[in-house]
Design a binder for this molecule. Sequence first.
Ligand SMILES: [Zn+2]
Length: 479
Amino acid sequence: MAKSKLPKQAEDFPGWYVEVVKQAGMAEHGPAKGSMIIKPHGYAVWEHTQRALDDRFKATGHENFYFPLLIPMHLLEKEADHIEGFAPEVAVVTHGGGQELDEPLAIRPTSETVIWNTYSRWIQSYRDLPLLYNQWCNVLRWEMRTRLFLRTSEFLWQEGHTAHATEQEAVEETLRMLEVYREVSEDVLAIPVLSGRKSANERFPGAVETYTIEGLMRDRKALQCGTSHFLGQNFAKAYDVTFLNADGHQEHAWATSWGFSARMVGATIMTHGDDNGLRLPPAVAPVQVVIVPIYKTDDERDAVLGVATRMRDELAGGHNVRVRLDDRDQHRPGFKFSEWELKGVPLRLEIGPRDVAGDQVVVADRVGGTKKQLSTGEAIASMREMLDGVQRALFDEAVSFRDANTRDISSYDEFVEGVEAEGGFWRGVWCGDAECETTISDKTKATIRLLPIETEDPGAACMHCGKPGTERATWARAY
Ligand SMILES: [Zn+2]
């Protein structure tokens, strides 16, 4: 497949994103409006992300379960704030088997309702608590303006739903899972994030507090990367989930929910990609090392492929590297170089006849842009270390970029002009008033991405209205 040139990020970031997602074989639009077909190269990044999350869920004591896609409407409507928040996005099945249904069925936009309805049977006594469960599934939220991975009607995610005997336990759980999300974003996807709390305007419908991790993409727009909600007793009250506590009294259970979705594949593309295509962190790269053999004659081909095959087997076997030998005869090496560059493979090994004679190989680094010659033995022995180096380099580069684009607001006017001209994160004092927040958002198209996890008195006046400040808010334009 011939590739056309990618638009330059600096000139047309949205155009770059659309083209790189398409040309690198990550995803494409589905036939129904708002839907997405995830292609193998994109799905594999999600699989590695899933595994990293799931291992950590299990390590923190959680188990997976699975709830139905369809939710009877009356269940969805029980928690008032929740349904008010989700109503505009819910798709409803009204017909089945050629007949109108007695009761319409909602396609889950999230599963708190059906899960808490069920928890009312599962939870009777303090001895039944905590329940630490998670499900991997798809959800549907009606969307007219789609952007592959970032905003589609149907998307893949996990949703954790836990129940606890005390408020303190539930709050601790909410923050523990936020920390798991931070760790996976930073250590696995190499995306640096800020952790914090949402303002009331930005809170999950039905939550007491919503905590978030937020990343900064290369176009200087923020992206919400994962949220963890402390739901208080709201869902327990709506679905009548009570338990007998240790003192013999009936109490409502305390709830959390937390979600991390396949939009993070999009975040990975937009945090690390450059004008030549993707740059994938080795931890989630479907192919970590590609070997490109270089030859002209049949004799050269035999010799080069002999060495290349041996290297592939050693890297895949003893060293547990995800390696691909690109032995396609119908493409020239130059074509293969740019294709694997576009697909973001972290390291490329080039082997030609002269390399075979000298028992050496050229290692090209997608992130650093460097090439070096190593003996084949040395290359194999140091491959894991080199991959770790790429992982670190991507993270360090993203941290520098984020920090260079994070500013403290010295005046409201500076913020209004600055966020328009430069994007990025802007930290300033806010009075805590939702109307003031909305006024600022309407003016700047920026939203409060997060507040500190613990409220601290900023000791200054609100940057906009001059009333006493209650919070130091971080603002940005966001996806
Ligand atoms: Zn204010």
